[in-house]
Write a new protein. Structure first.
Lengths: 276, 322, 375
């Protein structure tokens, strides 16, 4: 990595020191009609942690992400980020509070350039309003320049800076996934939620991605929760893993514990019924 | 009492017209998820086709179309109604095939803009001198002006006559028959099941072997012929026929759309309910508050309903898949 | 933005950069405006001599159409909402401004006809009235924009259409214009309801102050604002709403606030354009101006020019305003042509002439490719 952007949350007192987890989720759940999509989901994510969230298809993993980011409002439970209550908050408030995410089915802004996709996050921390924008005050100009520089620094993580002015949808699939991560980082998150970041990548790309994820965690001091179907990747980089099936947590622990948990094996093999 | 009864009668007649038009909006929205802006122009066309046919047929029977005293036998009216429905049904089919079908996969905004384009096109072609022209006309009477019922009811200090005319009853009865036919088609036939399947998910329906294109075409034909019927009935009640691009037509269509939204867009029964709700609010508001602002009541109701129940009275909530 | 993020890197670097900048930057920010006003002055004095009064008048109409189309593009093009009631805001602003100048003139000078010469007291009063008209329209924009928080695109279209039509109906119920200065001085405040602005026949005898200078000064302000918005954090937030609301929220964009802001801004400029329109000679502003037909004209300009392209929309506004003047004999075919144009555009080139690009970005060698937009 060439550039070295300052960790966005360097000034925030680390919750490690206070002994409390950074993200504390207690018994959240949601039902669609009569279907209980997620039930009693709990999670304690310390600062700088790298956790995995796995489970068979339709287990409710993405629904958990949607609950954590406010896309869906949880029916019950509790959600605290650095002791700040997030229950019932709108998605943009949660993003401002410090939870950023990527999407399983890539959701970049196709009509914006690669650079603008990343620069967009600048408006979140901008202190200038409409009038400064319209008058182009020097302070506003300087801020825009800083946002631009920060965007280029972040793009450098995945060597995307040379393609900054191309439309986002002209990138190949793997680069679009990278850009989603960069875009999420640009909001200056404390917690980063990655939804299947390795989907559609070959084994070489997966190795590079694993390195990049670790690097991001160390350099930005963010906590990462990732959903992934590639067990090799999850077992290699995650410190702890939560296993979800039919909307409930069936197991939680270190990769070694998960690998040997008969309940997990049963869930994945489906007792021979849902093996396909 | 008398005033109340009279307003009630008007509201029922107008409400069934709104319901007929709203059905077309709601069916198209249910299936293709866009507002067919050109729908109100089909109503206009239905009215003008009826006018043109009446002026051709009445002289053939030796009647003077400009004499309101001589009404032709009822089968003439029925014939004109059916012809207008067929003509507009065909037009609806053509519009869907030419303008909307190529945009099946396009963003919804593009389809909406196209619909506005089709609407402008129909209005302004209709205005051309060698089509319908740009001056208002008077619709010949197709039904005898008979009072079916004349009641004397208390009003203020004395008594006043409440008249239930043949026209009002015919409007209500014809609409009721058409709505029952539609109800049967949508909920009791194979085609109706296919329609509901397509409105649930176009992709899944086509995977299940449902001929989506044919179902969509059928929906347009159905909606357009109902609109033509509404246009015919409208000029039966209000024979002063406005030019095709007159804003009175746009407001008629707009209110019918509001009816569909209030009832819960995509919901066939909701459209009928919405039509009557709108008509009651409009007619009673006009009578008891001020008739100058009758359109304002309808839109105020729309905004209230949308804020309280965004999916309408009978609509079910939808979630976007993330 | 009211977010109180503790210490962000953006802020730290910002302060050091700020000290490096010279203090005259604020004036540099106003430079485009000054240039635009010089151009407007030149138009005012040179154009009529070259192309004649009649054609100058068309150029004036083009300017008003540009303000309307460029401002509508903030809502329809940038933010991806769909407003078809823009003429409603225009007419509301127009009536407000006309009331101020008409009754202001009657009160101060005893007669409504134009007072003073070029850049005289009367013209300044008109300019001020246009801004007040813009503010009133912006207030209405706020109210109309509110449902956009709850409603998806096409429902919103109906609400905006309904707004224009309701305004038309309400304006028809207004009372007669007070023509006598003595009657005005004797008038009571209660006579403001309904306002004396002429009812269905329109507001006649509004002083005619609008000229090329004022029109193009307001055009400059509108274009500069739209351009700066498009190239700012705020503008990118609006564009991201157009592209994908869910992703936009996840990036911390307050979509409700930004949508309403777009509506308020667009309505403000439409209101000022309405003020200029009401004071144009040969125009009697009337309730039908609020109707959907005029709104559609502006929608067509934004669609044709390219949703998001300021210069494209300006070009479309020029063509679609000048063309009917040249085709006067074919008046009844004008709207048929418009309609066909819309339908064919959607089938063949749905992104508009320029898509999301500005004219200079289309020059070869600039390295920008056309982005096929899929929403």
């Amino acid at each position: 990595m060439t550039a070295n952007p300052a960790p966005p949350n360097a000034a925030v007192p680390s919750s490690k020191e206070t002994g409390k987890p950074l993200l504390h989720v207690d018994q959240i759940g949601i039902a669609f009609g009569g279907l209980k999509a997620v039930q009693g989901f709990s999670l304690n994510l310390p600062t700088g942690a790298l956790y995995g969230l796995i489970g068979p298809n339709g287990a409710g993993k993405t629904t958990v992400f949607n609950l954590l980011t406010g896309v869906y409002q949880a029916d019950s439970g509790q959600m605290l980020l650095d002791s700040q209550n997030l229950m019932g908050s709108k998605p943009h408030r949660i993003a401002a509070a410090g939870i950023a995410r990527t999407f399983q089915n890539i959701r970049l802004f196709p009509g914006l350039s690669v650079l603008d996709n990343v620069r967009l996050a600048g408006q979140l921390r901008s202190s200038h309003g409409l009038l400064a924008t319209l008058l182009r005050t020097p302070a506003h100009q300087a801020e825009e320049a800083a946002i631009r520089k920060q965007a280029f620094d972040l793009l450098a993580i995945f060597d995307l800076q040379d393609r900054a002015n191309e439309p986002a949808d002209s990138l190949c699939y793997g680069h679009q996934r990278h850009l989603e991560i960069v875009r999420a980082l640009a909001t200056g998150p404390k917690v980063l939620l990655l939804d299947e970041p390795a989907a559609g990548m070959n084994s070489q790309e997966k190795v590079e991605l694993a390195q990049a994820i670790r690097k991001i965690r160390d350099q930005f001091q963010v906590s990462i929760l990732l959903i992934e179907h590639d067990m090799g990747l999850v077992m290699e980089i995650c410190e702890r893993i939560v296993v979800l099936d039919h909307g409930v947590i069936i197991s939680e622990g270190t990769p070694a514990m998960i690998q040997n948990d008969p309940k997990v094996i049963a869930a994945y093999l489906g007792g021979g019924v849902e093996a396909a | 009492m008398a005033d109340f009864a009279q307003t009630l009668m008007t509201a029922l007649a107008i409400g069934s017209l709104y319901a007929l038009i709203a059905l077309g909006y709601t069916m198209v929205y249910g299936i293709l998820k866009f507002i067919n802006f050109a729908h109100s122009d089909i109503v206009v066309l239905g009215a003008w086709v009826s006018y043109t046919l009446a002026n051709k047929i009445l002289p053939m029977l030796g009647l003077n179309p400009h004499n309101p005293e001589t009404a032709p036998p009822l089968w003439v009216g029925a014939l004109i109604l059916l012809s207008a429905m067929v003509a507009c049904g065909l037009l609806g089919f053509a519009i869907e095939r030419l303008a909307y079908k190529p945009l099946r996969r396009a963003p919804r905004l593009n389809v909406l803009i196209t619909a506005i384009g089709v609407s402008l096109l129909l209005q302004n072609i209709g205005q051309l001198n060698y089509v319908f022209g740009a001056s208002p006309q008077k619709m010949p009477a197709l039904m005898p002006n008979i009072d079916l019922l004349r009641l004397s009811l208390p009003s203020g200090d004395g008594y006043r006559d409440v008249v239930i005319g043949l026209v009002d009853v015919m409007i209500f009865a014809t609409s009721a028959v058409l709505m029952l036919v539609l109800e049967y088609l949508v909920f009791r036939t194979k085609l109706g099941t296919a329609m509901r399947a397509v409105s649930f998910s176009t992709d899944n329906a086509s995977l299940m072997g449902i001929p989506v294109d044919r179902v969509v075409s059928f929906t347009f034909v159905l909606g357009s012929s109902l609109a033509a019927a509404a246009g015919f009935l409208y000029v039966m009640k209000y024979p002063g026929l406005n030019q095709p691009a007159h804003s009175i037509w746009v407001l008629l269509g707009l209110k019918a759309f509001v009816a569909a939204v209030i009832g819960g867009i995509g919901n066939v029964r909701g459209a009928v309910l919405g039509g009557f709700v709108i008509a009651f609010v409009e007619q009673f508001g006009a009578f008891y508050i001020s008739s100058n602002y009758r359109d304002v009541y309808v839109f105020a109701l729309l905004i209230i309903i949308l804020l309280v129940r965004p999916t309408g009275l009978l609509g079910s909530p939808v979630r976007e898949k993330v | 933005m009211a977010h109180s993020a503790p210490e962000t890197p953006a802020k730290v670097t910002m302060q050091s950069a700020e000290t490096r900048r010279s203090h005259d930057s604020i004036w540099r920010g106003l430079l485009p405006l000054a240039l635009g006003m010089v151009l407007a002055l030149a138009l005012q004095f040179v154009l009529p001599a070259i192309v004649g009064q009649y054609n100058s008048r068309i150029v004036m109409d083009i300017g008003i159409a540009m303000i309307m189309a460029v401002s509508l593009n903030i809502v329809n093009g940038m933010t991806g909402q769909f407003s078809i009631g823009h003429a409603g805001f225009m007419t509301l602003g127009g009536y407000t401004a006309a009331m101020l100048t008409y009754y202001g003139s009657l009160y101060m000078w005893g007669a409504p006809p134009a007072h003073g010469h070029f850049l005289g007291a009367g013209e300044w009063m008109m300019a001020g009235a246009c801004i007040v008209g813009g503010l009133v329209a912006a207030g209405a924009g706020y109210v109309v924009g509110l449902p956009s928080l709850r409603l998806r695109g096409d429902y919103l279209a109906i609400v905006t259409l309904g707004f224009g039509e309701i305004l038309r109906v309400v304006l028809q119920q207004t009372s007669k214009v007070i023509e006598d200065p003595a009657a005005l001085k004797a008038a009571k405040w209660s006579q403001l309801f309904p306002p004396p602005v002429g009812g269905a026949i329109g507001f006649a005898d509004v002083p005619k102050y609008t000229n090329l200078f004022w029109v193009y000064t307001f055009v400059t302000i509108t274009v500069v604002v739209a351009y700066r918005l498009k190239n700012s954090s705020l503008g990118r937030a609006m564009i991201s709403i157009r592209e994908d609301e869910i992703a936009s929220q996840a990036m911390g964009v307050n979509i409700a606030r930004n949508k309403v802001l777009a509506f308020v801004l667009a309505a403000f400029f439409a209101g000022t354009a309405g003020g200029l329109f009401a004071h144009e000679s040969g125009v009697i502003i009337s309730p039908k101006d609020a109707g959907f037909q005029r709104s559609f004209d502006y929608v067509i300009m934004t669609v044709l020019g390219g949703r998001g392209s300021i210069t494209g929309v300006m070009l479309a506004a020029s063509i679609l305003t000048a063309l009917p003047e040249m085709l006067r004999d074919f008046e009844q075919y004008r709207l048929i042509m418009y309609a066909l144009l819309l339908i064919i555009m959607m089938l063949v080139r749905p992104q508009g002439l320029f898509g999301i690009h500005e004219i200079w970005q289309l020059w070869p060698g600039k390295g920008t490719r056309t982005v096929q937009k899929k929403a």
